[in-house]
Design a protein around this ligand. Structure first.
Ligand SMILES: Nc1ncnc2c1ncn2[C@@H]1O[C@H](COP(=O)(O)OP(=O)(O)OP(=O)(O)O)[C@@H](O)[C@H]1O
Length: 660
């Protein structure tokens, strides 16, 4: 073989390879991505010169072949791309590749300790991380080109000679180092190709079998993809996961190039919302599983793919966070997500409602964190309400979306899966709520944070025509504070924080004064409870609650004023623990309830008795305590002692009642 040249690669750092190897200690496997990327580039360059009419004849089917020779301990990557002439090898390999190697090391040292995303674009020399010897065998597409063979054993010395190769293209052969023999295992190579090269647009073969997918759906135009295509791609990316709720296809080339598909997953309580799940690609080459820097914080739980050549990849993560383009990309993503949600709200309301439970969390979190996003979505934030906004009865839920005359409220359709919320649930925006209720409760919002424990309170409001919003997702506590800042004139009260005057029957308190004691009925009841409960800090109030069905209203209710409750919630948050239910709460005794009325009659019988044991008086006390416990139950659970007392007292009361 004719020797063309023997020489040393001009680099300024003596023996660059040990440094490369050490710098990238954990990331050796990426050499394959780099070599396959070069092969894809070579094929694309050939296509370009062929389009330009510079190639005579057919260029054939482009492909990349990976071959393993366990005996020789070699791994080779062959492409039928553009190839290189001897001069090009000298220029691109000896000079370009190695000067970029040097540059990389300088950069790497400068940002020591800093993690660099995916060590992307390290290029040809990264093969020295795993190889003790690297050979290039190549034939350029140029007419009459001489094939050449280059080899280098890891020292700066190289050999360049003529090669008998007759096929256009390039073969890179690595003789693997002893400790890198894992790359002789076909399984390992398959796994690497699947990770890094799955969506590269050229078929990659191992032992004659194509092992990559090639098609990158995010590069397609959204018009060409069906719902099933998106779902299929999702299942491929995240096998064994529940179907995503919806997706956003990103597609822009100005002012930066960005493609991608982002999926809204169904949120799991155990999901780590600080850890991104989106895969970052650069020109269909996988770069990293982590690209938190590029995604707005509130969208981190999204899944899917983004692909951009405009994200700088060989910089530290902190540099990336501060990069202007990256910040603009993050803004763009937020905007696109907002647009998609608005579109869904406008065009597929029932679908929007179906997803709201999960999507709403993103939207609220985003509104809290991103002012621009907030402005975008503020009109599409919805709340489940107690209002009956349509005529449909629960037995015959409509099969399609029903809009009211105003066009601003709607009825949810029966969800296909059946596991969604109550099909008769209705939703409203805050704006519509305020508008609808402005006559009766201007600038006042009643809300419920727990449908089960606050059921009595909700029922009471509902029965008097007061509309209650359900704000029961974990983010809502913060979100209510946010809404209050946004709407300073609107007052938000939880249903159990106070009694609106609408709920109280002002006439019924029309008081009969007992001639014997000179006290009103209400005063007697209050005293009765004060004595029975003996809690100086408890504020006992008597009110006649309005009701259409006396049995459905409670005999008593515990109220915790909004301010007090929030203070307590804040303390709990800060101390990371449950804070005791404050003793300074309000007990409203419902003088209109038959139980309370019976109680006064009963106690009157006992009060006038002479001092000493009074069985009726004791029973009255027990019942008062019991009524209080029942009311308290809506606010807090029992501790062990409380539970024991409650059960014992229940039995005692029942026994006494049956004795009579
Ligand atoms: N398989 C190949 N076929 C043809 N030319 C190649 C091949 N591999 C490498 N080259 C040439 O060698 C040059 C240097 O490659 P190297 O991988 O170091 O850097 P790069 O591909 O230019 O950039 P990057 O750092 O993004 O990988 C390439 O630009 C290309 O001209």
């Amino acid at each position: 073989m004719y020797m063309l040249e023997q020489g040393t690669i001009t680099i300024h750092t003596e023996n660059i390879f040990p440094i490369i190897k050490k710098s990238l200690y954990t990331d050796h496997e990426i050499f394959l991505r780099e070599l396959v990327s070069n092969a894809v580039d070579a094929i694309q360059k050939l296509k370009m010169v062929s389009f330009a009419g510079e190639v005579t004849g057919e260029i054939g089917e482009p492909e990349i072949n990976i071959a393993i020779d366990k005996d020789k301990k070699t791994l080779s990557i062959t492409d039928n791309g553009i190839g290189m002439t001897a001069d090009e090898v000298k220029k691109y390999i000896n000079q370009v590749a190695f000067s970029s190697a040097e540059e990389f090391i300088q950069k790497y040292k400068a940002s020591a300790e800093q993690q660099i995303i995916g060590h992307f674009g390290l290029g040809f020399y990264s093969s020295f991380m795993v190889a003790q010897k690297v050979e290039i065998d190549t034939l350029s597409y140029q007419p009459g080109a001489q094939a050449v063979h280059w080899s280098c054993d890891g020292s700066p010395a190289f050999v360049l000679e003529e090669s008998p190769r007759t096929e256009r293209g390039t073969t890179i052969t690595l003789t693997l180092q002893d400790e890198e023999q894992e790359y002789l295992e076909p399984m390992r190579i398959r796994q690497l190709v699947k990770t890094y090269c799955d969506f590269m647009p050229v078929s990659i073969k191992l032992d004659g079998e194509v092992i990559n997918r090639q098609k990158a759906p995010w590069k397609e135009s959204p018009q060409n993809l069906t719902k099933e295509d998106y779902l299929e791609f999702y299942r491929y990316l995240y096998p064994f996961q529940e179907e995503p709720l919806l997706w956003v296809h990103l597609n822009t080339d100005y002012p930066f190039i960005l493609n991608g598909i982002l999926y809204f997953p169904k949120l799991k309580p155990d999901v780590d919302v600080t850890k991104g799940q989106i895969k970052l690609f650069c020109n269909q080459v996988f770069v990293s599983d982590r690209c938190e820097e590029v995604i707005p914080k509130f969208l981190l739980p999204l899944q899917g793919v983004i692909d951009s050549t405009d994200i700088p990849l060989n910089v530290s993560r902190s540099a990336l966070t501060n990069d202007r383009t990256v910040r603009r990309i993050a803004d763009y993503i937020a905007k696109k997500v907002g647009d998609r949600l608005k579109e869904l709200y406008r065009e597929q309301r029932e679908e929007y409602i179906r997803c709201w439970q999960d999507v709403g969390t993103f939207v609220k979190f985003g509104s809290l964190n991103d002012d621009k996003f907030k402005k975008q979505v503020e009109d599409i934030i919805i709340y489940r309400t107690t209002a009956n906004l349509t005529q449909a009865t629960p037995e015959t839920p409509p099969a399609v979306e029903v809009q009211s005359q105003e066009g601003d409220v709607w009825q949810e359709v029966t969800p296909a899966s059946g596991e969604q919320q109550n099909p008769t649930s209705q939703y409203t925006t805050l704006k519509d709520y305020l508008e609808r209720n402005k006559e009766r409760q201007e600038n006042r919002v009643f809300y419920c944070t727990d449908e089960v424990t606050q059921a009595t309170y909700v029922q009471l409001h509902k029965s008097q025509g007061l509309e209650v919003l359900f704000m029961d997702s974990f983010i809502d506590t913060h979100f209510i504070s946010f809404l209050e800042r946004e709407h300073p004139d609107v007052k938000f009260s939880r249903v159990d924080s106070e009694l609106d005057k609408t709920l109280i029957d002002q006439d019924k308190s029309g008081e009969i004064v007992d001639p014997k004691t000179n006290k009103t009925r209400s005063e007697q009841i209050k005293e009765l409870f004060q004595q029975a409960l003996n809690k100086p800090k408890l504020n006992i109030r008597t009110e006649a609650l309005k009701s259409d069905d006396l049995q459905a209203t409670p005999p008593a209710m515990v109220l915790l004023p909004e301010v007090l409750r929030r203070l307590r919630e804040m303390n709990a948050l800060m101390q990371q623990q449950n804070v005791e239910f404050p003793e300074e709460h309000v007990l409203v005794v419902n003088t209109a309830h038959p139980l309370i009325q019976n109680l006064t009659h009963m106690s009157q019988g006992s009060i006038i008795q002479e001092e000493g044991r009074s069985p009726t008086g004791e029973l009255t006390n027990l019942i008062c305590q019991h009524i209080y416990d029942l009311a308290l139950m809506a606010q807090k659970g029992f501790d062990a002692e409380g539970m024991k007392t409650f059960v014992e007292r229940s039995n005692q009361v029942l026994t006494r009642l049956t004795e009579r």
